[in-house]
Write a protein that binds this ligand. Sequence first.
Ligand code: ANZ
Ligand code: ZN
Length: 773
Amino acid sequence: MYIIFMQEQYDPAKIEKKWQVVWEKKKIFQAQDKSRKPKFYGLIEFPYPSGDGLHVGHIRSNTAMDVITRKRRMEGYNVLYPIGWDAFGLPTENYAIKTGTAPEEVTKKNSNIFRKQLKSIGFSFDWSREINTTDPKYYKWTQWIFLQFLKHNLAYKAKININWCPKCKIGLANEEVVGGNCERCDTPVEKREKEQWMLAITKYAERLDKDLDDVDYLEKIKIQQRNWIGRSEGALLKFLIHNSQFSIEVFTTRADTLVGATYVVLAPEHELVEQLKNQIKNFNEVDNYKKEVKNKTEIERTNDEKEKTGIELKGVKAINPATNEEIPIWIADYVLNNYGTGAIMAVPSHDERDLAFAKKYNLPIKEITLDWNLLEKFGKKVVKFKLRDWVFSRQRYWGEPIPVVHCPDCGIVPLKEKDLPLKLPKVKNYQPTDNGESPLAAISKWVNTKCPKCGGKAKRETDTMPNWAGSSWYFLRYIDPKNSKKFADIKKLKYWTPVDWYNGGMEHTTLHLLYSRFWHKFLYDLKLVPTHEPYKKRTAHGMILGEGGEKMSKSLGNVINPDNIVKTFGADTLRVYEMFMGPFDQAIPWGEDNIIGVRRFLERIWRLQLKVSKTAKASDKFETVLHKTIKKVGEDIENMSFNTAISTMMILTNEMEKEALGVSKKDFEMFLKILSPFAPHIAEEIWSNFKNKSLLTLEKWPQFDESKIKEENTVIVVQINGKIRAQFAAQAGITEQEVKAKALSLPEVSKWLDGKEIKKVIFVANKIINFVI
Ligand code: ANZ
Ligand code: ZN
């Protein structure tokens, strides 16, 4: 038996803080900008420091990437695992409105709380690179990038119908409207026409779609992004209007159905409706219908379940170019003005929506034979996207000021880059004005300024950027967080980009993830970043739900405070529990009972120290289990199958308890190494109890011994057309490819196959391969 200096009982309160201090003092989690080691950049979505403190959901994602980055360090990588605060946003502003506290003070207070909480859980963040999007030294560069967009005509102002939340008094992006309601406060969203800053993300639509081929994202993430971008190949077909100089251009993906087009539908907002005013006999009715539609959201209008409405434009007819027949022209809610050309040909015999509409309004339905030659004859092939330009302004205080002025003589004039950052002024009242202007508009001292171009009187832009701005490039700032000359040094960017592995929430797939890809591509085009994609790999976690399976929320009173868990059970228990609670990509309810189970598991490991002995003699079975565990835990971490990694370690723990002749130090230490990414404090403590001078956190990741797991051998039977022709021994788990290669190399197989074409391969894992010829 080793003489070890261990406490009687497992007491995380005594050991966790201790090791956190040691790790921090030795700066072992600081990434090196110059290193001979290969680099690994692991990223999690930086939190919004809300007044509620850290959520157990944050911990799930952070722990997962912590496990991965801790393993990478042990594998010899120079690891960057950074953290910061995405701190602009409405809750802070609303709190400021309510209490009169300055938002930067609220942010400071909240991020202090978050930092303390995160540190108490032992995450291996490089705290020396902490960033904060609301720090003028940071948003200087957000503003600078905005000016580059402006310079390249990718930022522009447009009068658009925006989604307006009357309660938050804020314009919302389409993505922030959920089921017709404000994502934040659930108030029904209204339409309002307003001048807004826009970013031309649609100019990048093609590349944002196509380049998904080059990245390793979960398939469901790629699918969601592709659907959101909505690339559609089709044709533009022209329908002349009888007795008119005007014609209607429609976008269709089914030019082959042209003969069956029995009417044409325009979006109610289509400009032709005004242009044809004098010919339209029922213009009053048409105008009333237009007003009716105005109040409908895009979601209502495109909802398949909702009955479609419309009205005929009486007095005008379109001509079907394939049949030369005169067909009616309608306007209807189901045709959107901002997709395709804002006009469609309706083919009731082939399109269900058109069919329902034709039946409702007694429009002709014509059975036809399909003919793709029509495409060549009339068609101009085009590609259309569902993606819209990004509404990039908010009429709120707590965001990055948009660094331009309005000059009566020069128009919109950007600030000089040397005058950045344009800081937010101090205000007394954070309430947005009732006419929908930002509170900044009320500060005349700030608003009234000089034109950077002509020196004349000018007014500052009072809109601020949306809360997605700062997060669109933050992963670049981590690489060089203190640079005052550039947003990041190109040499450092060359070393660290792309991010090797980014884990985050599915709710960000069509927002942050797409936005940041767009910004990155733009910076790439300016040769300011070295890669055309920011993230090599993207995975996603499932949400943590309340004990009853509902969403955790303050109003339901089911929010778990991680501080209490750390206090009662320890940080290691919390970490292991969150990794063990269920498959990482799935939503899982919180369960207090299971936390106790995890705590017991760690206590058993603690007691096992006493079983480590010099005279230990491992049984063969134990050796096999140990090495299989090392292999599986390593693989499971790579697949984010953390729960099975932990259950495998639990089985190993059972086996260690059963070992009659003790456990050798070497074997036990191998176990500590694979435990360490999950439960780093207890693992480090036990490691030091064995009088190791080094830090376990910096030890090498253990290699499993192939020969020790060999008992898992199996015999593969090779069949040709169902007849057994050969067999060979192989290791269980051998892949189809490997089996196929090995089988084809056997002479008794190639003899039968000789020159014949293999029509089909049937593979039964670990058992049979059957070639059908
Ligand atoms: C005739 C037709 C026949 C169509 C048929 C479809 C099926 P995606 O794939 O989503 O791009 N469309 C075009 N512009 C529209 C708009 N502004 N508002 C509503 N619908 C619009 O769909 C393209 C199809 O959606 C187009 O092809 C058009 O209907 C409709 F058997 O044209 B199709
Ligand atoms: Zn001017």
